[in-house]
Design a binder for this molecule. Structure first.
Ligand SMILES: [Zn+2]
Length: 414
């Protein structure tokens, strides 16, 4: 029996619309389509956050060095407020954001606490704020660090959880959670990682303060710790205070990933990284550079890595990839002429190999030969090609390139 599909359902509830009739249902990728309404406009509403934090239905996703607390590799364990309250100061969210910034003291450390949103699909025992009803979700960092008291609280929570038989799931890329849990975890991991890497201001180098329920970091103008050292309370000037600087917002790095189809529509271009397991190939990918369109980035990457010149590029779907902050923008592209299909690996030596595969061979691999990059093919595998699992957008792009109507109707004419 094969495992249930890990691909989430499209967020649009009815597939029937002029757009969906023309272009079909949206393709949704693993780590996207979260059940949580992020309610980003309530992230500075501290009375709301305070009641969400202490509500009996509230779920806390615990991260220890970014590894999520789980019951098993397939199931997240959500803690209750009582299980983590030793790590959360009692007056959290009592003051407004402005007051917190004003009273900033760089000597005090707190565990990162992130409001993820409300799961509005669950009403039982849920909380209501204005017109919003659902179960609040937070992520909290239990990595032992910061003040001695914070470290002790973290260690105590970790031991208490491990005594219950729970564990922090350490793995390179998670692909075993249900689609809903994968999306919640992706949001938590990406934001926690960004907070952890940005404890100092990128402009002036001084300590920052988590605000907006863990989704922004401020560079406060004053610091109580300076007064204690006999210095003026004002910190040196910093541009992030006067301009809408990107420095204090979480980053998302756009990346292109593309399934390339030959001019006759009968072959697909795939590449092999140097560290891939045997027989394993995937779609080509790379970062979008500053001042570059998605389509231009696709053409540049494919030419740089494989020497192939592309014609039309079609944006297909996207996938958040929280390792650490990528947004994979998936495309399907085609060469317009057989002369443009010649492979040359000498421009950028990133790939160990790139090759055109017949559609039939790719179809067979999609049927019998997909696996995680870490697992690879066992010696019993008799197929010629291995491909990424369905939780990777690469798999969805290859599938679309193989199945797409626009290629099949053309192919049947040949
Ligand atoms: Zn600063």
């Amino acid at each position: 029996m094969s495992a249930p599909s890990q691909i989430p359902n499209p967020a649009h509830t009815l597939a029937e619309s002029m757009l969906s009739r023309r272009f079909g249902k949206e393709t949704v990728n693993y780590f996207s389509s979260s059940p949580i309404n992020r309610l980003s406009f309530l992230r500075n509403d501290h009375p709301f956050l305070s009641s969400a934090l202490k509500h009996p239905s509230t779920q806390f996703l615990l991260l220890n060095n970014l590894a999520p607390l789980t019951r098993s590799p397939a199931e997240v364990y959500y803690a209750k407020y009582d299980e983590v309250r030793s790590l959360i100061p009692n007056d959290t969210f009592d003051q407004s954001e402005e007051e917190l910034i004003k009273g900033f003291d760089s000597r005090k450390t707190h565990a990162n606490l992130i409001f993820l949103g409300l799961d509005e699909s669950r009403k039982e025992g849920s909380m209501t704020h204005k017109i919003y009803t659902g179960i609040p979700f937070f992520a909290i960092d239990v990595t032992p660090k910061g003040s001695a008291a914070q470290q002790t609280a973290c260690k105590d929570i970790i031991s208490a959880m491990e005594e219950k038989g729970l564990s922090f799931f350490q793995t390179r890329v998670i692909s075993t959670f249900t689609p809903d849990e994968a999306a919640i975890y992706a949001q938590a991991r990406a934001l926690m990682d960004w907070n952890t890497r940005n404890t100092f201001c990128g402009t002036c180098g001084h300590r920052t303060l988590s605000v907006n329920a863990g989704t922004k970091r401020a560079c406060p103008p004053t610091d109580e710790a300076r007064t204690a050292e006999g210095l003026p309370q004002d910190r040196p000037e910093c541009n992030t205070r006067t301009t809408l600087s990107n420095l204090s917002f979480p980053r998302t790095d756009p990346t292109i990933i593309v399934a390339v189809v030959s001019a006759d529509g009968k072959r697909i271009l795939l590449g092999r990284g140097k560290r891939f397991p045997p027989k394993w190939y995937s779609t080509l990918a790379g970062f979008i550079e500053p001042a570059e369109s998605i389509e231009d980035a696709v053409r540049r990457e494919v030419w740089e890595e494989a020497g192939v010149t592309l014609s039309r590029v079609l944006i297909h779907s996207s996938q958040p990839w929280p390792y650490p902050a990528n947004l994979m923008i998936g495309a399907i592209a085609q060469c317009s002429d057989a002369a443009h299909e010649k492979i040359n690996l000498e421009h950028d030596p990133e790939l160990e190999d790139a090759r055109w595969f017949e559609i039939e061979e790719v179809e067979e691999a999609l049927r019998i030969g997909t696996s995680d990059l870490s697992s690879g093919a066992g010696p019993e595998y008799k197929g010629g090609l291995r491909l990424p699992p369905e939780t990777a957008i690469a798999n969805q792009l290859i599938r679309a390139a193989v199945n797409a109507d626009y290629f099949q109707s053309e192919r049947s004419k040949m």
